[in-house]
Design a protein around this ligand. Structure first.
Ligand code: FA5
Length: 339
């Protein structure tokens, strides 16, 4: 009986110095496991008298239960202490503002896109959206580009195995809008487009465009020029000079390329405008009657203009960026410079 008491007090004393779960496991195996002193005493009882066996058995069971309960209590204490230590270490005030260094900002393409959206919404345009995965009708056919039309080669296309394609321009959104809404209407469609192109410093296979369309009665090229010049003045925050050159796009007639008098050299000629004094900015023109017909709009009554420009190149001009690939490089150092 004395031995049992001493086993109990030694075990309890040892338990006090246990401070972690692995140590606790070790303690359990030493003091309550098969090879523990307590189990040794219990096994040795076979030689004792029946009365002693009864008395010692009861005492040994009490000690075993008591040590088990002490182990459980210690386990809870240690677990709680561990959780508290972690909370203390990982505590953070989620209401604190982020440090300035870690603050994100909008990508310059998004900023430009929103700026253009703001300018046009002030002029009564709605922002339009369409899917990135398109069908042949919306990307080509309804835009007066039937199969076998050579203009399909102007925009190398990524086709899916099911016949769908990745839209090559946001002009597909024109069609989707005209199919749904009756004129008069005006809208702009900013978005990502894809072309299966050879990549170089100013051509990528994924880039961003903003397309615009206005359909009403008695709309002329002069109206178009007015809207585009107003937009460009607001974008560049200064007076700008534009000129229209003939340009071919199957979905507009007449079609134009709009050039901007070079903002860097003001027309004198510099490397940015390849020494011609003008830089090519966008395609535009009066919506082709066949396109209106494809969308069940009567070209005898309604007409209008459409334009489409590349956002990447606009941003490249603004920030003097020498390679379009930077936009999709995923290199944060690039974007962080353009805050
Ligand atoms: C079009 O995509 C016509 N849908 C635009 C249009 C709309 C014309 C309505 C008339 C009326 P284009 O293929 O030229 O046109 O592309 C328009 C602009 O996208 C170009 O001026 C250029 O800024 C940009 N762009 C074209 N290809 C690339 C490319 N591979 N990488 C980066 N930008 C490009």
């Amino acid at each position: 009986m004395n031995e049992l008491k001493s086993i109990e007090s030694q075990a309890l004393q040892a338990l006090e110095s246990v401070t972690s779960i692995p140590e606790l496991d070790q303690w359990k195996s030493t003091h309550l496991g098969k090879k523990s002193s307590l189990m040794g005493v219990l096994k040795g009882m076979k030689d004792a008298t029946p009365e002693m066996r009864k008395e010692m058995g009861a005492e040994a069971n009490r000690i075993k239960k008591g040590l088990g309960a002490s182990w459980e209590k210690r386990r809870q204490e240690i677990s709680e202490a561990e959780v508290n230590a972690r909370l203390e270490k990982e505590w953070l005030d989620i209401t604190l503002p982020l440090s300035h260094d870690e603050q994100g900002h909008l990508h310059p393409i998004t900023r430009y896109s929103r700026k253009i959206e703001d300018i046009f919404t002030k002029m009564g345009f709605k922002v339009l959206e369409g899917p990135l995965v398109e069908d042949d009708w919306h990307n080509f056919e309804a835009l007066n580009i039937p199969p076998e039309h050579p203009a399909r080669d102007m925009q190398d296309t990524f086709f899916m195995t099911n016949g769908s394609l990745l839209r090559t321009h946001t002009s597909s959104v024109q069609i989707r809008t005209m199919e749904k809404i009756q004129p008069p209407f005006r809208g702009i469609a900013p978005g990502r487009v894809f072309r299966n192109e050879e990549v170089d410093a100013c051509h990528d296979n994924t880039f961003y465009q903003v397309e615009g369309i206005l359909i009403d009665k008695d709309i002329s090229v002069a109206n178009m020029k007015y809207f585009l010049r107003t937009m460009l003045r607001e974008i560049f925050e200064k007076d700008v000079e534009v000129r229209l050159r003939h340009g071919y796009f199957p979905f507009v007639e007449p079609g134009f390329e709009l050039d901007l008098r070079c903002l860097l050299c003001e027309g004198k000629g510099c490397p940015a405008c390849k020494h011609v004094g003008w830089s090519e900015l966008m395609g535009c023109g009066m919506v082709h009657p066949k396109v209106l017909e494809a969308c069940n709009i009567d070209p005898e009554v309604w007409g209008g203009f459409a334009f489409g420009m590349g956002l990447n190149r606009l941003v490249m001009n603004h920030y003097d960026i020498d390679n379009i690939r930077h936009f999709v490089s995923g290199d944060l150092r690039f974007v962080q410079q353009l805050n």
